[in-house]
Design a protein. Structure first.
Length: 253
């Protein structure tokens, strides 16, 4: 059984300090928003989501708000936040370090996060990027999704958290089990493009939107990357992966 430590709140790293980002759990994944980033207000009730004009979204859908924020690490269009599907799942194959990962995206749990991820993938935002962070102590995650490779890059917009579906333990901490796919952030409602993959059970504050899961074969691929270690650039247990982690494609279906 993996030890689940309760981690104090602190900033990600010196690089994040320069941006004035909100505090996040020690060693917890973050998507450092650009200075001056604003928060968003996505609506996530499956059948009653409304636009700012109080026009009801079609049943089984939600209206998502994606707010421009800072300069994009790679230019993309904002997702279409109208009539976003809020039920069922979709499947994506992500090629990581030359190996395929099968991602099942959960539209019911996090429709706005799924819609954003699918939009970015369709625009080629993730292609040619490498996962910039591997954590091997306290929590066990591989963080990806920043074309700048600094941990501070984003798509030029933010959107709100979707946290209701996160499993919680008796103490109220979030249970991010192996295979969890979740959004990284720099505080409440600062989701952008960065995401993290949990390769061993980890406990975190329930502040990171879970928008999908990986199958066991895909988890094994990420665990093997973790076994090869990192450069400890952020201290013991936290750094850039030693193994190749370039994302060469993200394909739906």
């Amino acid at each position: 059984m993996i030890s689940r430590s309760r981690l104090p709140l602190t900033l990600l790293a010196a690089a994040a300090l320069a941006t004035g980002c909100a505090t996040t759990p020690a060693a917890a994944p973050t998507d450092a928003a650009p200075t001056g980033a604003t928060t968003s207000a996505a609506t996530t009730t499956p059948t009653t989501a409304t636009t700012s004009g109080d026009t009801a979204a079609p049943a089984g859908t939600v209206t998502c708000t994606y707010l421009p924020s800072g300069s994009p690490a790679r230019a993309v269009d904002l997702p279409d936040g109208q009539a976003v599907p809020a039920s069922g799942t979709s499947t994506v194959t992500l090629s990581l370090g030359g190996q395929p990962l099968t991602l099942t995206l959960d539209r019911a749990a996090a429709p706005c996060a799924v819609a954003s991820f699918e939009s970015l993938a369709a625009q080629g935002y993730y292609e040619g990027t490498s996962c910039h962070r591997l954590v091997t102590q306290g929590i066990f995650v591989l963080q990806c999704g920043d074309p700048s490779g600094t941990g501070r890059g984003g798509p030029g917009y933010t959107f709100a958290d979707e946290l209701d579906a996160i499993p919680r333990d008796a103490a109220g901490y979030g249970e991010y089990t192996a295979g969890t796919l979740a959004m990284a952030n720099a505080g409440a409602n600062t989701n952008g493009s960065q995401f993290f993959i949990v390769y061993e059970d980890s406990t975190l504050p329930p502040a990171y939107t879970i928008f999908g899961h990986l199958d066991q074969a895909s988890v094994d691929v990420v665990a093997n990357i973790a076994e090869q270690g990192h450069d400890a650039a952020r201290g013991a247990g936290d750094g850039v992966p030693n193994a190749p982690t370039e994302i060469t494609s993200v394909v739906s279906g």
